[in-house]
Design a protein around this ligand. Sequence first.
Ligand code: SF4
Length: 340
Amino acid sequence: MGHKQDRPVDSGAVAATRQDTETGPEVVGEASGAYLQLSDAEFRDRIQTAYRRMAACDLCPRLCGAARLSGKAGTCGIALKPRVFVWNLHHGEEPPVSGTRGSGTVFLSGCNLNCCYCQNYPLSQLHHGTEMPVAKLADALVELQIRGAHNINFVTPSHQVPQLLAAVFAARHQGLHIPLVYNTSSYDELSTLALLDGIVDIYLGDLRYTTEDVAMELSGVPNYVQVAERALIEMHRQVGDISMDEQGRYLPRGLIVRYLVLPRHSGMARDVFRFVARHLSEQTYVSVMTQYFPAYRALDPALGIGRKLTDTECDRVMRTWSHSGLVHGWVQDMGDDGGA
Ligand code: SF4
């Protein structure tokens, strides 16, 4: 889910000053993706391993065993070929991702979660999009690079990792060189993340919940917290924290943790920030998103999330932030519409 970035937060700030991306730190302009360092043999090996796992699919923690190589879709709704909703330049991601020229965002169809409030539900839950050959997706990646994208940003990629690896491999032979962003709910299997080690440059990983019963109620999975925390630790191990060069420009490598504040559940902020500070790093960038609005099935009164956040809930989250020990991050204003 893309969004507009408005205000940086720092450890002492409850109400930080506004920052526009034009006046904030820039990103390094001509960066290369880590995947350029991978040999063809190693890259091919990872692709083959990933595809083999779709015979009885265990790519994500659903472990639903779908025979995707035979064209059967799993719980995520996607079978063998890449399925893509749209690709475009996107200016609403966090500053290290969107930079000044935009992020080359690829919105993928299907999802391995079933979030009742998903703002992208036509593609994630209803699977709107187009099935295409890997070669066509590779062409799209190259097109985004030609249009000036700072990076290729795969949105909701966990269930299409084999197809994405194959597309990047093919696009690399056509000159693709910009960094890769893996923009995920963090409901990722460690063995699948291992296939991305040395290939993905920036992880944009959600931490949606800190209690399993709420994850089950709102996203339909029994073990989200355990899985996501483990996955974020692995992402952080692979790429570390976002950092800057000596000229104060963001380098295109690192983990950004996203936290979407939900109505009725803003108390989870304390545990989200605590997890990041204790198990990742106090230097980890956190993107706090307060632009929630009820979509999809969220208006069901039984869920209690059929409204926007209140000022009181937002203030509570920001007060929690100020005591968290975390140093870097952004908060999105309540009025923003959530971008794409
Ligand atoms: S990626 Fe899809 S098919 Fe594979 S285990 Fe997950 S939900 Fe099932």
